[in-house]
Ligand binder design. Structure first.
Ligand code: ING
Length: 311
């Protein structure tokens, strides 16, 4: 009996600076209901799904900056989402800005959680790869200050039992780094869920920026194929406070094939029936890690190639 998981990516259009948490949560609930109506057991929301992508601005005032973070999860703003999920019997991935006080020190992370069909948090992830810069760059139309507003994640890349399989999480820039998928691939992940906020023009090099959407799918399709896993990539997209961000949310099979893709830059639900056993054939043949992978022959993975011992 194949382990079929009907999953959704709930792509979000722009969240304006003036939109409240309640406004954002109402949009998420509407898409959750649509996903449920299509038979979904899981809906993957996006990165920073409760607020506008605030790292595009230099924010001097600490209280203003803090206003973009959640101090508890669930909290009064997000409890309606948890309640609806439990009522519908559907689980979800949610990305948000997390603020915790540890030993009297404010710690800030770009975070995602995995919530099961009973409304319980069964997994938590904090974004490891933070793109952009820590200091504002005056020449940029929009900043990308994730290195200023978040710390690198301290939870690693975990894989969690849920939805009948092995579920993993990542966030946005993580999808560009093969290590993200491989660390989970070595834990037999069967579905990697990730949200992304990807502004066009991020690099400032026309040749690269014109390939933003291509590199988006390239990264996720490669990660899926090379680790024999499903990948669900959910965008926040459209023109958000003047910053144009790419959409094309996707559900990708372990073959690397795109099986569903969003066609708007607004709130849009895409779904697929995901056979969680599909990766097994790849793991027993092309990507049989035990049979073909040779880490003991890779040499030292170091920053300084000269440190690799002469063969
Ligand atoms: N955003 C972007 C991402 O990795 C980026 C940053 C855009 C990097 C385009 C390279 C090219 O998709 C976030 N939030 O990581």
């Amino acid at each position: 009996m194949p382990r079929k998981l009907i999953a959704a990516a709930a792509q979000m259009g722009p969240i304006s600076k003036t939109e409240t948490r309640a406004d954002a949560v109402a949009r998420l609930i509407e898409m959750m209901r649509e996903a449920k109506g299509r038979g979904c057991e899981l809906v993957v929301f996006t990165e920073l799904a409760l607020t506008t992508f605030f790292p595009r601005w230099m924010i001097e005032d600490e209280a203003e900056l803090d206003s973009y973070y959640e101090r508890e999860m669930p909290n009064s703003a997000t409890m309606p989402l948890f309640d609806e999920a439990k009522k519908l019997g559907i689980g979800f991935y949610l990305g948000y800005a997390e603020l915790v006080v540890l030993n009297g020190v404010k710690r800030r992370f770009n975070t995602s959680i995995l919530v099961n069909q009973s409304g319980e948090i069964i997994g938590k992830y904090r974004k490891v790869h933070l793109p952009g810069h820590a200091e504002p760059q005056p020449e940029r139309a929009f900043q990308h200050l994730e290195k200023r507003y978040f710390e690198p994640g301290d939870l690693g890349f975990g894989v969690y039992k849920g939805f009948g399989g092995n579920m993993g999480m990542a966030i946005c820039n993580d999808r560009r780094w093969p290590e993200t998928y491989r660390v989970m691939g070595l834990q037999d992940v069967e579905m990697v869920m990730l949200g992304y906020n990807t502004p066009f023009g991020h690099v400032g090099e026309q040749a690269m920026d014109s390939l933003t959407l291509f590199h988006n799918h390239l990264s996720m399709q490669a990660g899926a194929y090379q680790n024999a896993t499903w990948v669900v990539g959910t965008a926040k997209c459209g023109n958000e406070e003047g910053s144009a961000m790419g959409g094309q949310s996707v559900i990708i099979a372990p073959s690397g094939e795109i099986v569903a893709m969003a066609v708007t830059v607004e709130d849009e639900v895409i779904t697929a029936s995901c056979d969680l056993d599909m990766g097994e054939t790849y793991k027993q043949t092309v990507f049989d890690f035990g049979g073909h992978r040779r880490p003991e022959h890779y040499g030292l993975i170091v920053e300084r190639p000269e440190a690799i011992p002469p063969s």
